[in-house]
Ligand binder design. Structure first.
Ligand code: SAH
Length: 325
């Protein structure tokens, strides 16, 4: 039994069954606080860890948007859940070559990952949540951040709970599932309010669906394999598909402009990943095959290209970031 499972069993014995939302919150807080989950030796691999091209194109997109907004001198780079700081490193390198060298603010709760981010990006500042970010135009990125925030599930209109069962944990009910996520709605609302009042643009990338739809999308991943979601609490990554329609609704109602939702493959294509891959291959002929394999992994519909979606939220007074038309 994991230490967290023992604590959850005790909690359920004293409080009664806990909501899936409380379960997911407890599991992911423990999980991220106690390890670096990324890469071959960890549980999963993300787009910035696949290739430098991903962060570079994010940086190019933000630098271009900032330039068209009139190059405000006080803009800050913000990343939510920056992992190992790889995306930030690649994005900031491109931004600096466009004469944009913003202060860096990371929203991150994990001490283990904060340490890795500090090595990758010297001079960064950290925040526990969005409330303490500076009141300036923000160039914000969130890749695979929202998927880790807790969700609720409903069966026949009743919120699903977790209870103890022989040898482990179980759900209190089964049936057709509807999901929502107050934690995601709240994070998106906080982003949108800041962009609307102080300017800036946010790029949000995650796996998920274009429209709100029924279905159970909660999943656990451990050692690059799917696992039952109630197994080994706190020792495996729990995520669910992000509802991009809900993101657009929350952002719009908080006064920000939103772009259409596009697939990651389309977005990277429109930002010129083919040209970037060709130039990397010319500069490192021995790595040409590896670069092209990475491009295909990021963009092909059978790989990450269609499942992952991208939306931008921006100040109504800022131009629309590139790649969404
Ligand atoms: N964006 C990175 C890492 C994705 S993993 C990449 O693409 O590689 C999810 C990240 O979100 C981790 O950095 C994790 O520690 C962070 N995270 C998860 N829940 C969080 C929360 N509630 N508040 C702040 N950070 C959180």
């Amino acid at each position: 039994m994991t230490p967290l499972e023992r604590a959850l069993r005790d909690r359920i014995l004293s409080e009664g069954p806990i909501t899936l939302e409380a379960y997911m919150d407890a599991c992911n807080s423990y999980y991220y606080a106690t390890r670096d989950p990324l890469g071959a030796g960890g549980d999963f691999t993300t787009a910035p860890e696949i290739s430098q091209m991903f962060g570079e194109l994010v940086g190019a997109c933000l630098a271009d948007c900032w330039a068209r907004a009139g190059k405000p001198g006080d803009a800050a780079y913000v990343e939510l859940g920056p992992g190992r700081g790889t995306l930030a490193t690649d994005a900031l390198r491109v931004m600096r070559s466009a004469r944009l060298d913003p202060p860096v603010h990371f929203v991150e709760t994990s001490p283990v990952l904060r340490a890795a981010q500090g090595e990758a990006v010297p001079g960064a500042s950290w925040h526990d949540d969005l409330s303490t970010l500076p009141e300036v135009p923000l160039l914000l990125v969130a890749n695979e951040f929202l998927d880790a925030l807790p969700i609720r599930q409903f069966v026949d209109g009743v919120e699903r709970r977790v209870l103890t069962a022989a040898g482990g944990l179980a759900f209190d009910r089964d049936g057709e599932i509807l999901e929502d996520s107050p934690a995601r709605d709240e994070a998106v609302r906080a982003i949108a309010e800041r962009l609307a009042s102080h300017g800036g643009a946010a790029i949000i990338i995650d796996y998920g669906h274009f429209r709100t739809s029924p279905g159970d999308t909660l999943q656990a991943v451990r050692g690059h394999k799917y696992a039952p979601v109630l197994d080994k609490p706190g020792e495996q990554d729990l995520t669910s598909h992000v509802d991009f329609q809900a993101i657009a609704t929350s952002a719009g109602s908080a006064g920000a402009a939103v772009t259409p939702v596009v697939t990651q493959g389309q977005w990277l294509d429109r930002l010129g990943i083919a040209a970037r891959a060709a130039s990397l291959a010319r500069a490192h002929p021995g790595r040409a095959e590896e670069v092209d394999a990475a491009r295909r992994r990021l963009c092909d519909p059978g790989e990450m290209g269609s499942l992952f979606k991208v939306i931008a939220i921006h100040s109504p007074t800022w131009p629309r970031p590139a790649g969404f038309q």
